[in-house]
Every structure is written in C-alpha cells, then in structure tokens.
Design a protein around this ligand. Structure first.
Ligand SMILES: [Fe+2]
Ligand SMILES: [Fe+2]
Length: 276
C-alpha cells in the first residue's frame, strides 16, 4: 500500500479488520533532510529537552519491580474504563463474568497502549529524518530511545502479568498509517506528538490516579514523564512552524488534524496539498 489518500479513515479502518499487524506495511514516502549545522544547537529549547531526555533515561529491565505479583483478574485499571461499564449488559453480568470482563478489558487497553507505542517508535524514527533542524533531530533521537523503552515495558507487562494479548484496533492502525504516510513533517508532529500522545497522557493520568496495582502505576509514571517531554517538543516545534504559515495553510492543517481526531467522519488526506 502506498497511499490512503481518498479513503475515509473509518472505511480504511474497516478494511483492516481481521488483518495481522505483524504483516502490515505502509509505503511511507517523506523527505529526509540533511539539515545539519555546526553550533546550531546553542541556546535552543530543543537542546534543553534533548539534555533532559539523556539525563532522565531509565531501563525497564532494571528499574522496574518485575517480581511484583499481579493478579490479572484484579481491578488493575479503573472499572469505569471497561466499555461495558454502566450498561444494561454490565448490570446483568454475574460477579464472575464481571471479573472476566475486567481482565479482558485491562489486557485489551494495555495492549492498545503497547501497539500505540510501537507506532510511536516508527513515527519518531521518521522524525529524525524529516525534522528540518539539527537540534530537533538530536532531540527526536532521544525520543526514539524513549519509545523503545515504552514498547519494552508494556510488552513485558502485558505478556507476563496480563497473560492475554490482543491485536491492535484497526482504528489505531488506521490513525498510525495516516501519520506515517503523511509526507509533511509538521503533520507527523501534530498527529503523533499532539493528538496521539495528548490522548495517551490523559488515559495514563486516569490509570495512575485510580489503579491500585503498584507495578503498572510505576510503569505509567515513568512513561508519563517521558511523554510530557514529547508533547512539549511537539508544542514548541509546531508553534514555531505555524508562525510561518498563511491563514489558509493554517486552516487546512487544522481541518486535517480534526479529521484525524475524529475518525468517524474523517478522510485521511483530502487536506489541501502543500509542499513539505
Ligand atoms: Fe511513548
Ligand atoms: Fe511518546
């Protein structure tokens, strides 16, 4: 697949149903910029984030208490995050069925976080190539390392503690494809650093606040700290970028972002084309 230009995001997501993520591939084409300048990083806010990223590095294999005993049927995530919660179906479930629903919902939700982190790893690797400034490229390289850590931590938690794995939601894959396939560096920033990571930060905050399971709370606390840097980078880079856009270009990008954020009525790339 090389393009999803004319497909509505929802239709595209439906076309992915039942397919294996392992065999999934996109034909992403984006510019790779040799934008290296000597001394360009002096006094840069991106270099502050880059330095912070280096200082705050952590190792999931050694810094997390993997010996913690976790009952996958315990309320690891808040019950309210279960899709059935509060519905008539939920009310009719027996206590045993609710326990099972909680387990499956927890495994599914954390599994989607894992798949999202895998997509973030791919997208961030693209940012190293397509970011237009030396200091942004250096920062983006630390984010690649961050996302690899997040993949490692979630993968191990889901496999060892939840004891159940799920494929990625086709809607998530469709959104990741939209980001990976877009050739414009600023739209990759908008999609990954603002939309996906902003949503993830909100969900992580909810789990961290209400979960009683100490290992997942520690994982999420560490990941949240990294993600806050990622969002800060996206905000800084886009603020700078949008200063240079005309009103019509800014409106076009806003429309595209809204479509990505609202898959039910979106098309992936009917946004007005603009040179990267
Ligand atoms: Fe991440
Ligand atoms: Fe991130």
């Amino acid at each position: 697949m090389t393009t999803i230009e004319k497909d509505a995001l929802l239709d595209y997501a439906r076309s992915l149903e039942g397919k294996s993520f392992k065999e999934h591939a996109t034909g992403a084409v984006h510019p790779v910029l040799y934008a290296f300048e000597d001394g360009a990083q002096e006094g840069s806010p991106y270099i502050d984030l880059y330095s912070k990223g280096k200082r705050e590095g952590w190792d999931p294999a050694h810094d997390l208490a993997w010996s913690t005993s976790v009952d996958p049927e315990s309320p690891i995530l808040p019950e309210e995050m279960c899709g059935l919660y509060g519905s008539d179906i939920w009310e009719r479930l027996t206590p045993r069925e609710r326990t099972r629903a909680r387990h499956w919902n927890g495994a599914w939700t954390l599994g989607q976080f894992l798949h999202g982190e895998r997509g973030a790893l791919l997208a961030t690797a693209q940012l190293v190539g397509c970011a237009p400034r030396t200091d942004q490229k250096l920062y983006a390289a630390t984010q690649v390392q961050d996302e690899a850590r997040h993949v490692e931590a979630y993968e191990r938690y889901v496999r060892e503690k939840m004891e159940k794995t799920f494929s990625p939601s086709p809607h998530l894959v469709a959104l990741l494809d939209a980001i990976l396939l877009d050739s414009r560096w600023d739209m990759k920033f908008l999609g990954m650093q603002i939309l996906v990571e902003g949503l993830a930060l909100a969900a992580f905050g909810w789990i961290r606040r209400f979960s009683q399971e100490p290992l997942i709370k520690e994982i999420i606390t560490r990941i949240q700290r990294d993600e806050a840097r990622h969002v800060a980078f996206g905000v800084a880079a886009l603020s700078e970028r949008y200063k240079d856009l005309s009103d019509s270009e800014r409106r076009a990008e806003t429309r595209c972002g809204r479509r990505w954020a609202s898959p039910s009525r979106s098309a992936v790339r009917p946004c007005s084309p603009r040179s990267p």
